[in-house]
Write a protein that binds this ligand. Structure first.
Ligand SMILES: Cc1ncc(C[n+]2csc(CCOP(=O)(O)OP(=O)(O)O)c2C)c(N)n1
Length: 692
């Protein structure tokens, strides 16, 4: 086949030099062009069909890719399906089709059917995902995908594979800070990520000039070392193909990441919930339609005599029939069973049936909690070559600000244990990407007070991955977080976070109170197939009273099994973490007065050992719930509510709570003590309960 001919000079910046007409010309055969046209057409007809289904009341939402097809098909055609990885955004229908999603799969998602491979009808349509194609099921928060792509790319490199990771978004989403974080990390480590920014000049109704400094994403991404930039007409398949080819080849060679800024048109409103005539001038919309990538492509095919008009028409007919057939077939498929709605929040419980819990009694040398944690990390790193550790300052010489990761980077190398950038969303976002790539990230957030930039990644991504993908994907990781007060850490080194995160279905939370539990729970957490937030009270790290004989390397503590720290028949204290010791000390004093207090240490917040909670209340009939977190909507309130609902008739006194006040934790010791719970308060409430 002769190469295509182009008129005039068309140059595409890649930052340093330019792609020339010649390099574009040599890139494609006629067969490839016809294939691309067919795929673009298929995506367009699917878009139209989806809208028709919406109008018929068979679907409830549509977000279209019409106008974005050329750049998306160009990128997909340059990837190796099922080998490379991809994070396409919600407008990525053509990309999905180009990579190998079938029309039937698209229709199953649009019609929210049980056998939809992406989400099983759980998410709105447009959240592409398929294990066989290495596309982790996507979510709605736009911008989270960049750091996930970074984490997946880290996994590819650690596995020694020349895989490429593709990630896309609109230009609006690049305003999210995570875009800059991802560029920083990818550029710093020369990661094989292709960032494809599909610039349709609007983020819903917000025009690009109100979004991006200077109105150009291409301009703002300069200055990153190792990062190539391309600006391309994304409505022109041929140009897009050449740029995608170069960006992908660069990544595969190990030369680093690229940003492709593709100028595209949005031929539909933002979504079916939007009407763009409210904010776009008519003339502008019409101008966009004149740049329809399908027309551009047809002009090339007809102009170059690759296809005749009749062949174009028969291709269009054939594609339309394919879409109609796929839709008709999908309509015959069953809707999800209502009973399935509770499935796949966590890994099935049988996943853990082979775990042998507490099979030895801890009998090693007494160890402080932070060392027990450090030893657990060492042992599990030896056991699992897929385990990676990162976080701020985790590398030696520092070995973590609390030394929990001391010695690990020296022993296992910086490929497996390394400092992250100072960016919490990056830590968790990259962990997500590595986890879906088959690694077990055990990451550290330096202080609970600073976890909040990562909240979106934790709640909307990590915790939901299994559920939103209908069990096709999960994001198993351990997030170690030092928390809690009484160390004069002031407002920002003292916070408790368990109540906030107990509110996120899909996340387990462990909160040990002593060294043996810390080691055993951490080892269990690392071996589990779920995301686990592992809370470490920094006030306990080196406390002698939290020390215990060190358990052996196979000592596992189960999740959801509370420990009775002291038996008693008169009053129960239900608590966890550092508060266990206030309870034990107060219980001792009450015993001197003839009142036997039972102290229940929950050990894990989620799952909660409800059986132990209810049993102790039924036994003693009086209960104090003790938590270091603030009072309103705190976990103590949750416990109180469970007891009120399920053991009310056993109570001989009101349920009492001792918690922190609803205030930030101050630095000055007298102020700090006035905010956090203390032993005297516990004792006083126990006395009141005993006297009630
Ligand atoms: C984090 C987040 N904030 C807000 C939204 C709501 N939202 C969905 S799409 C969108 C605009 C995105 O624009 P752009 O990135 O330019 O992509 P486009 O839709 O134009 O292709 C917004 C604000 C969201 N999904 N996620």
């Amino acid at each position: 086949m002769p190469p295509l001919k182009f008129e005039g000079p068309r140059r595409h910046s890649n930052g340093n030099d330019t792609l020339t007409v010649e390099s574009i010309r040599g890139a494609l055969t006629h067969e490839q062009l016809v294939d691309a046209y067919r795929l673009m057409l298929l995506a367009r007809r699917l878009d139209e069909k989806e809208l028709a289904l919406l109008k018929q009341g068979k679907a409830f939402f549509h977000i279209g890719g019409s106008g974005h097809e050329a750049i998306q098909i160009a990128c997909a055609m340059n990837l190796k399906p099922g080998y490379d990885w991809a994070y396409p955004y919600y407008r990525g229908l053509a990309f999905a089709i180009g990579l190998g999603f079938t029309a039937e799969e698209i229709m199953l998602a649009q019609l929210h059917r049980a056998d939809d491979v992406m989400t099983g009808g759980r998410q709105m349509p447009g959240h592409y995902g398929k294990p066989a194609l290495n596309v982790p099921t996507q979510s709605s928060p736009t911008g989270t995908q960049y750091l996930q792509a970074v984490g997946t790319a880290i996994g590819c490199l650690r596995d020694g594979k020349d895989q490429v990771v593709y990630v896309s978004s609109g230009e609006g989403a690049t305003s999210e800070g995570e875009f800059s974080e991802a560029l920083n990390w990818a550029s710093r480590e020369k990661l094989p990520v292709v960032f494809c920014i599909e610039d349709n000049h609007y983020a819903i109704s917000v025009p690009e000039w109100q979004q991006t400094a200077g109105g150009s994403v291409y301009e703002i991404v300069q200055g990153y070392k190792n990062l190539a930039r391309y600006k391309v007409d994304g409505t022109d398949f041929v140009e897009s193909y050449a740029v995608a080819k170069e960006a992908v080849a660069r990544a595969r060679r190990g030369d680093g990441p690229s940003v492709i800024v593709a100028d595209v048109v949005r031929l539909l409103s933002h979504s079916s919930s939007d009407d763009d005539r409210k904010y776009r001038p008519k003339a502008e919309i019409e101008k966009d339609h004149a740049r329809d990538p399908l027309l551009v492509m047809e002009n090339i095919l007809l102009g170059e005599k690759i296809l005749t008009k009749a062949e174009v028409e028969s291709t269009q007919k054939e594609v339309k029939k394919k879409v109609d057939d796929a839709s008709d077939w999908a309509e015959t498929r069953p809707l999800p069973e209502i009973s399935s709605v509770t499935e796949h929040v966590y890994a099935p419980i049988e996943t853990y049936s082979s775990f042998e819990f507490e099979k030895t009694v801890p009998s090693g040398k007494p160890v402080v909690m932070v060392d027990a944690i450090n030893h657990a990390l060492h042992e599990e790193m030896l056991r699992n070559p897929k385990m990676l550790i990162w976080g701020e300052d985790v590398e030696d010489g520092k070995g973590g600000v609390f030394t929990a990761t001391k010695g690990l980077s020296t022993k296992f190398g910086r490929d497996r244990v390394f400092n992250s950038q100072l960016a919490e969303a990056s830590i968790i976002g990259a962990a997500f990407g590595a986890s879906v790539r088959g690694f077990k990230p055990v990451v550290e957030i330096q202080f609970g007070d600073y976890i909040f930039p990562a909240t979106m990644q934790l709640r909307d991504e990590v915790a939901m991955m299994r559920y939103r993908s209908n069990n096709k994907w999960s994001s198993a990781m351990v997030i170690r977080v030092p928390v809690g007060g009484s160390i004069h850490g002031g407002h920002y080194h003292s916070q408790s976070i368990e109540s906030l995160f107990a509110h996120c279905p899909g996340l387990y939370i462990a909160y040990p109170s002593n060294s043996a539990d810390a080691k055993g729970l951490l080892k269990t957490a690392i071996r589990m197939d779920d995301p686990i937030m592992f809370l470490e009270h920094k006030g306990l790290y080196r406390q002698s009273y939290a020390m215990s004989p060190e358990p052996d390397a196979d000592y596992l503590v189960p999740f959801g099994k509370a420990a009775i720290r002291r038996e008693g028949k008169d009053i129960s204290v239900i608590t966890y973490g550092a508060m266990v010791y206030f309870a034990l000390n107060a219980a001792k004093k009450m015993a001197e007065r003839g009142v036997e207090v039972e102290v229940v240490d929950l050990r894990t917040i989620v799952p909660l050992d409800k059986v132990a909670v209810l049993e102790t209340v039924r036994k003693t009939n009086r209960v104090l719930v003790l938590s270091e977190d603030t009072r309103t909507s705190g976990f103590a309130a949750e416990l109180s509510s469970i007891i009120a609902e399920e053991a009310f008739e056993y109570l001989d006194a009101p349920i009492r709570r001792v918690t922190a006040k609803d205030l930030p934790v101050p630095y000055s010791p007298p102020l700090e003590q006035a905010v956090l719970p203390n032993e005297a308060q516990v004792l006083k409430v126990l006395e009141e309960l005993a006297a009630y």
